[in-house]
Write a protein that binds this ligand. Sequence first.
Ligand code: ADP
Ligand code: ZN
Ligand code: ZN
Length: 751
Amino acid sequence: MALYAHVIVDISQEKLDKTFEYLIPDDLAGTLAIGMQVLVPFGRRRLTGYVVEITREAVFDEEKLKEIAGIVKGSVPIESHLIALAGWMRKHYGGTMNQALKTVLPVKAQKRPVEYKRVRLLQGPAEAKNQLAEYQRKHSTARGRLLAALLEQENRELPWNVITGKLGVTGTVIRAMEETGVVEICREIRYRNPVAHLKKKGTLHALNAMQQQVADTVRADYEAGIRTTYLLKGVTGSGKTEVYMELIAYVTQTGRQAIMLIPEIALTYQTVMRFYNRFGDRVSILNSRMTAAERYDQFLRAKNGEIDIMIGPRSALFTPFLNLGLIIMDEEHEASYKSETVPRYHARETAEARAAMTGASVILGSATPSLESYYRAMQGTCRLLLMEERVEKKSLPDCVVVDLREELKKGNRSILSECLSVRIADRLKRGEQVMLFLNRRGMAGFVSCRACGHVLKCPHCDVSLSQHGGGAGRTGRMVCHYCGYTQPQPSACPVCGSKYIGGFKAGTEKVEEIVRASFPGARVLRMDTDTTRRKDDYEQILSGFANREADILIGTQMIVKGHDFPHVTLVGVLAADMSLHVSDYHAAERTFQLLTQAAGRAGRGERPGEVVIQTYDPEHYSIVSAGAQDYVSFYDREIEYRKLLFYPPVWNLLVILCAARREELAAKGAEMLAERIGVFSKDCGEKLYVTGPADAVIAKVNDIYKKVIYIKARRYETLVELKDTAEKLIREREGLKDLTVQFDFNPVNSF
Ligand code: ADP
Ligand code: ZN
Ligand code: ZN
């Protein structure tokens, strides 16, 4: 009976997004499976594509169908649920099926995996001895040599490379002996194992009562067949990782597999070791420093059942486990869980979609949950689990908030307040360690007053205005990247009249200089993008500091993620405002998270810790709440703000990004879309708020012009419909061929 395949053809032409039907030739009918990569005739060319469906009946005229030309060598079928997941991603985030498939599909290896070959004797001893005599009679010396050598082996086997090397017998000879049934060549593929070099050490902790209760809750649900999403909100140092490991152990004992997502930056040797100590070779890791071939091998090991647990950043979510039971997402609030390339998926939502398809549970863990997740917990759509104490009752650090405006009044223009300087000196004297943190995020193009702390904001959007142009004596302009509002940059503060108003700039290098000058005896390490260029720099700085080779570590947000330094008793946040005034509605949330995480670094050892937060805006609720280590008070304020301005998670936000080489085209495309959105909003059944088109934050990159439109809607589905409408318009309208349009749902970064 004839079979037909629906194939997604691999062409970079992004707008062509449909399946093509092909006839499956008889000789492939037995082997071809959904998810395989195939060669197909396409026009005059021959292209590769993915089989997404196999049917018994043809949709198109059978006479006109072409045949599949072959299966691409080494092609692995993606499990059919991963194809379904790609379909879900395409629908929810836009882009083409091809782009979605490329995201969920293990990247094909350039290098072949290491193949290990052995040669095994098939004949019994008596028969083999006769054979050997015959070889000698015929002067087949090479064959005789191999046979004699095999007979000497207890297990009647030899590795291929020993035979072709030491014995000097060629592959041709071995194959000829295989043909006549004397020997057999056994092939075994050995995949690279990234944890093979590790040695188990260390002790396991017994869970404390609080940890046990959380683990029991999830386990009881699991045993009762309940699969759902949990939000584990546990203060830094409450022992979340131990709980994860306990649940992974349970789920893998039931014969299912687990994926543990960790932001790349927190995926340190320390973390990997904790998992390795517990699970040994059944664990594998993925990270961006691995080659494509190494990553591919890890996916194959997962598929072959060699491992049960995959640890890695966002992309580890697509590990092809056949019987996935649990997905854990640590530090679930991290922005790096959102993809910045098409499809712009969020790993949190995608994890839930995959879990729903495979009957797995999802645990989201954080000390500072994203507003999205906590909002859902409050709405009852995910289950909240709490761990409010540090392990072994270690206290949370004390927090002091320092008003930098007062420092300026006192005549101290240094980046180090008196309060912080005194405490650094004290720690140095006691031989304890200090971390100084500069939360610089992206391009902090905002302008603020150093005398009163006033920040220039957009009157329409309540986000900071960004500084454009200017410098070298000229004054620039202030621009809102949400709505396009612009005004000249003032030379004096509009609130207090001070002339100390300007861009807020300070780098880690400058800080290092100041710290070295202020504390000449101190050993200082700095960690930022400049000092971590090479592959191992990052681990080296961290382990150097952990081994107390330095007294003070200065760094950007890189230093605040999940590291455990028991001798750090003071954390200084140099300018908490820096992340507060980026032009992005997440600014307060990011600030709160960064400050809380930074504070969480202090006092993880025997001695209690202290935190000093320096700021120009000490009354801001994100700083007040972080100082008090009070998530709920922060959440209550922030969610009100989101409600008031129709921002996620209460509302949903879609950004449409139009890019083109010609500015008129980008502008024209954006205008056309805006017009279409206007029509759509009249009959979509709910109120939409549309802003723009406006220039993107970086309006021109590599000579490509970018325009953005923001649309807010109550329902996510409305925005998905709007996306479909927009995609249709772009396909059908003349003259938009060179326009690139991308969609970003609930973006985590500003455009
Ligand atoms: P979190 O991920 O919540 O910040 P961790 O799981 O990293 O916390 O735990 C913090 C520290 O406490 C780690 O050094 C860990 O080894 C230790 N720890 C965790 N659970 C226990 C326990 N039950 N008993 C003793 N030490 C523990
Ligand atoms: Zn002022
Ligand atoms: Zn605005």
